[in-house]
Design a protein. Structure first.
Length: 198
């Protein structure tokens, strides 16, 4: 027996990412959970590692990605759940979200990365598609930076990086365990209140 759910996207959970760019000369980060893998580049001559991110056209970060044609994908661990959710509920046009992190830069200008995230990727913009109120950015992964403590035999180890996962259907964050870690868009609001009370 099966239950019809309608046109529900059942691909969740997906990794939560903090996407970095430079907007009006300042680093900015936005929380994006709609990061897609377009191909697996290594192995084919001349193949590139391509990913996509979907972001509402209203978001402040979009203009930075379009202007500099670069961005970063920073993958937070479970320990960054509060600040990650916060970055998804406030706008970089009003709040300095970059001040919450220690930043570093790689090879690409305009793609600031977060030291506190165990894995970071810097990407070069390949193309942009406008889809009913969303910008879909296609990026080539130019370099990936991983902390030594999240590697096993030189490869990324999910058990060590403890990625923060996002589930739109239940509005929950998850880790690599059977119970959710918390409620999306609530943890960040609480964190925002705490920051403003200091």
């Amino acid at each position: 027996m099966r239950t019809k759910l309608g046109g529900v996207n059942a691909l969740y959970p997906t990794p939560t990412a903090l996407v970095g760019t430079i907007v009006n000369g300042k680093p900015n980060f936005i929380t994006i959970a709609h990061v897609g893998i377009l191909n697996y580049g290594p192995g084919a001559e001349g193949a590139r590692e391509l990913i996509s991110i979907g972001s509402s056209v209203k978001h402040h970060s979009n203009q930075g990605i379009r202007e500099h044609r670069t961005f970063s994908i920073n993958l937070p661990g479970e320990n960054l759940i509060r600040v990650t959710d916060y970055c998804g509920v406030v706008s970089g046009a009003k709040e300095d979200k970059a001040s919450l992190f220690t930043l570093f830069h790689g090879e690409l200008a305009g793609a600031p990365m977060i030291e506190e995230c165990p894995v970071c990727m810097e990407c070069r913009l390949v193309d942009v598609y406008e889809v009913k109120g969303y910008d879909v950015f296609i990026g080539e992964v130019v370099e990936t930076y991983a902390r030594e403590d999240v590697l096993t035999e030189g490869k990324l180890d999910l058990a060590k990086s403890k990625p923060l996962l996002f589930d739109m259907n239940r509005r929950k964050y998850w880790g690599l365990r059977p119970e959710p870690l918390g409620d999306c868009w609530r943890i960040g609001v609480d964190y925002k209140k705490e920051l403003r009370s200091k």
